[in-house]
Design a protein around this ligand. Structure first.
Ligand SMILES: [Zn+2]
Length: 387
């Protein structure tokens, strides 16, 4: 392990020790980063969330100006609830060349590499700024990064290029699927289950809607595929369902959450409209004949657009050059790259760790990958100095 990778490992141990599960505060973690940067004479700004329990962090090394490169990552991690770990998930543990702990792969490993490189970035005569762009709430729909992006070009400098460090085993990723999340609420009518003719069972209605979603997914699979993605089709998942009062009551309320993972080119809201049309045509007339207040309402509760770039995109070319690679990949999971891209920053994804370990018990990152990431960031400094 090189000297700077040892520094990255020490920083990673500190970052992992903050339990930044998305619904908890990340402010102590953000403050730690802020103090670390201050110890290297780098000012940073915290952008608090409306409820004050989260904050993003933005800092600039080199010229205090628009342009340059943004190194983007998120400070939050997914819960360890219900997972069985061999080690304490919030204590970084080294074993056989791997560093275990929640967030080591997704994606505090990248944050640690970026922070460990700060003294080197500072020592260079950078011709363009290198911005540190750390967000929160990525794991619950990228909600933290959007307000920060809105400030870029206003109260914050706007980077030209964004290097997102989500885990790609340091390969260059220039496309990912989109994610659309929905909540469907069914209002039926309660009745004693011995008098079903007086009620409308909301859970049975949910069943019909879910069966329709399965049919829509089959149609989507048959209609459009893209071999760059695994799986190569648009997919629909029903992830949570809630309803019912007692075994002998026709249930008046049922809600379920579902989502669409979209290939570039599909607007996930179309699927919601298709489900609405099915409900209006096949289900609501019968429900309202029993009780006029019956209803089926689907709301969109989150959109992460699919991420695509032109084949000669600036950020992609730079990442390929820094990594000495000539092939790009597409991934099925979402990242903040699509929001940066939508805001006009050329973006690319390349970071240490394998997505196979993300969100899993015994999450780890290989120390060799942190080494590779340090090399990538060092060559970025070379490039920003020579540009
Ligand atoms: Zn992530």
């Amino acid at each position: 392990m090189s000297g700077t990778t040892a520094t990255a490992t020490e920083i990673l141990a500190r970052l992992v020790a903050f339990d930044t599960t998305s619904h908890k505060t990340n402010i102590p973690c953000a403050r730690f980063v802020q103090e670390y940067l201050a110890s290297h004479a780098i000012d940073s700004r915290l952008l608090p969330s409306d409820d004050g329990i989260h904050a993003s962090l933005f800092a600039t090394v080199g010229p205090q100006a628009d342009g340059g490169i943004g190194l983007s990552g998120h400070m939050d991690v997914v819960p360890v609830t219900g997972q069985s770990w061999d080690t304490d998930p919030f204590t970084l543990t080294e074993r056989d060349g791997r560093l275990y702990g929640r967030g080591t792969c997704d994606m505090k490993g990248y944050l640690a590499c970026v922070l460990a490189m700060v003294p080197e970035f500072k020592s260079r005569r950078l011709k363009m700024p290198i911005h540190i762009v750390f967000s929160y709430d990525e794991e619950v729909g990228c909600t933290g990064v959007k307000p920060m992006i809105a400030e870029m070009g206003r109260t914050l400098p706007k980077p030209t290029l964004i290097l997102v460090g989500e885990p790609t085993t340091m390969t260059v990723v220039d496309a990912h699927k989109g994610g659309y999340r929905f909540l469907t609420e069914i209002t039926g009518k309660d009745a004693h289950s011995s008098k079903p003719q007086l009620g409308v069972g909301s859970i049975m209605i949910a069943g019909a809607l879910i069966a329709e979603l399965a049919r829509i997914e089959q149609r989507l699979k048959a209609k459009h595929t893209s071999p760059r993605f695994d799986p190569p089709y648009n997919s629909i998942t029903v992830s949570m369902i809630e309803g019912g009062i007692a075994h002998n009551i026709i249930p008046p309320k049922c809600t379920f959450q579902w989502g669409v993972r979209t290939l570039p080119g599909l607007d996930g809201l179309e699927i919601m409209r298709e489900l609405d049309a099915y409900a209006a045509r096949e289900l609501l007339p019968g429900m309202r004949a029993v009780a006029p207040q019956c209803d089926i309402v689907t709301k969109n509760i989150g959109i992460l657009p699919a991420f695509t770039t032109a084949s000669n995109a600036e950020a992609t070319s730079l990442a390929l050059k820094l990594m000495g690679q000539n092939e790009t990949f597409a991934v099925p999971y979402g990242t903040e790259a699509s929001h940066f891209q939508a805001a006009g920053c050329s973006s690319v994804i390349c970071g240490p760790g394998d997505i196979a370990q993300a969100h899993q018990p015994n999450e780890f990152v290989e120390i060799s990958e942190l080494d590779t990431c340090m090399g990538y960031l060092r060559r970025l400094a070379d490039w920003a100095e020579a540009a």
